[in-house]
Design a protein around this ligand. Sequence first.
Ligand code: FES
Ligand code: FES
Length: 454
Amino acid sequence: MTTLLRLGTFSPSVLLEVARVTGALHAAGLAVEEVPATSSPAQFAELLAGDLDAALTSPDNVLAYRFVADNPLGRTGDVRVLAAVDRGLGLSLFAAPGRSVPGLRGSTLAVDVPGSGFAFVAVELLARQGLRAVGDCPVEALGATPRRADALLAGRCAVTVLNAGSDLRAEAAGARRLARATAIGPYLGTVLAAHGPAVDADGSAFAALAGVLIGTAARLVAGELRDVARAAASRRLALDARSAARYVATLTDPAEGLVPDGRVDRAALATLVELRNRHGAGPPLDVDTVLADGVVDDRFLPVGFRANGRPVTTPAEPGTPLLYVLRGDLGLLGTRFGCGSGDCGACMVLVDGQPVPSCDTPVESVAGRDVVTVEGLGGGRPHPLQDEFLAGQAAQCGYCVSGILVNAAALLAAVPRPTETAVRAHLDRNLCRCGAHNRMVRAVLRAAERTEAR
Ligand code: FES
Ligand code: FES
């Protein structure tokens, strides 16, 4: 069964398009209809009314419509951040073609709305150019980013902030990038947001959407799907080939691009809160209070890690053994279930190079880490240990062998030429019911010789 979600967006989402083209949305049982937002009040009115299921929006909008009664909508609601999506995608202050900073005095600064979203970035970056919003540059609400890009290029405003491809389009047409949001500090440009009561009623579709977006982001950041992303950027944002390539480079930029694990980091939230306190009209906010209030509802975030060098995500609940995820979700069947209690070693994998029993390792503990299973031991070809185990027929039923290979690989990585005593002591954690130990120890020693000889 496919669940249809209506997702509000300010700029067409290339990330979502990549997820669609690669089949990730379909595989998660989702179809997503993008609903272009004309402005943040319009987007949040739809979200609170249930006309939108979720939104890709500025996290500052979530702060405004959750905490500030005097927001552009005139009311607050239980809106929440479910996942961080990107760090601004090139968010920058732009001057219209032919305009320079000294000539901006008295000219219009365009924002979505003055009281939320990217407006505070615009005001801050303008101040760093020596100009005051309102005082030096009258502020006008011209709506969502693509609309402001059109207005800038048509001369209906002199300065504004742009991102997500609109910046590249404006630059190609002669607009001048004056300063980047990254100059202010760590930042979040886009989050996945939803209405709390809808999330509490049934979180499954939100969890699936967060999983797809973050899984796709992780693959892009790892260098996969570049051609797909370039084509999607050309198609959705009307960018030429050069600009599409720049867009994809921005997507994967650590400071401005996608957030591969979907986590809202405190430093970026602090930047948003500081900007709001400095330039907003509402009562001052405090990061700790904001977080304690539950604005970030990240219980649906998938756990992301690298399995044999490949970024993967899993929606498995906290506490799920890593072994179940490897075998059940990722199809890495070389890792075996033996005792299930950390005693036999059949399920051993490497986590950041250290051998651990995956049956006894909660999946959330490997978030952001490198997991290597027996399938990835040789990095794409057989590890010398695997060659020597085969050559020496160092197994009987074979059930314990993947765990022993992984554990032995950890030993050889740390001690390239171990003694027989050291090998026996190290493999003491691995049980072999068939009693093939002696052949295995000999195979490990031969692999050590061979590796050293290379
Ligand atoms: S199955 Fe994990 S140690 Fe036995
Ligand atoms: S070869 Fe059978 S358990 Fe080790």
